[in-house]
Design a protein around this ligand. Sequence first.
Ligand code: CA
Length: 228
Amino acid sequence: MKKVLILEDEENIRSFVVINLERAGYQVLEASTGAQALDTVSRNPDVGVAILDIMLPDIDGFEVCRRIRATNKQMGIIMLTARAQEIDKVTGLMTGADDYVTKPFSPAELTARIDALFRRMGGDTGQTQELLRFGPFVMNTRNHTLEKAENRIRLTQVEYSILKLFMLNPGRALAREEILCAVWGKNYEGELKVVDVNIRRLRLKIEDDATNPTYITTVWGYGYKWGN
Ligand code: CA
């Protein structure tokens, strides 16, 4: 059964999430503090997706995210944000999260986001073409790894999916909407900004100089392109 962790100190929101995710067929683990969440994750390395509230009594959700990412690049991470928070601040601080959901959210919306993350993780099985190459990059689509000049670059699932989309479409301008749809799924109702946030992070990881990107280039007013 697919395992999901919900970290939320407000008990009514937490149980609302638990009930709905269990109904959707997930096994749900609960945590009400950051420390508890980190402990649960370390004892359950098979957690596929973690949903992290930001405002917590001990450490904030971003710190929990950072600590999970320090040892686990594969886990899908969704941040829960309060409506009052500036989305720019939230996205700017998104250190390693794959997605965010704004409160209040519907169970269907949350489930769709979680499903999308699990789909990406289970992705590529049965694919014939295993290695994608471009310049110094070699992507192995079987074990979801990326090397640049034979050095391994660690990517989150979302970063990997975006880069794979690029590598399958070299030289083609991709609209931000197209990237959103391909990576987050057709039913994604979030904002386009999440594409930019992930591109920014991806550039930091793969470009020689992220301030002057040459691999992921910006197509002004439209989207992004892989290569020139
Ligand atoms: Ca909270």
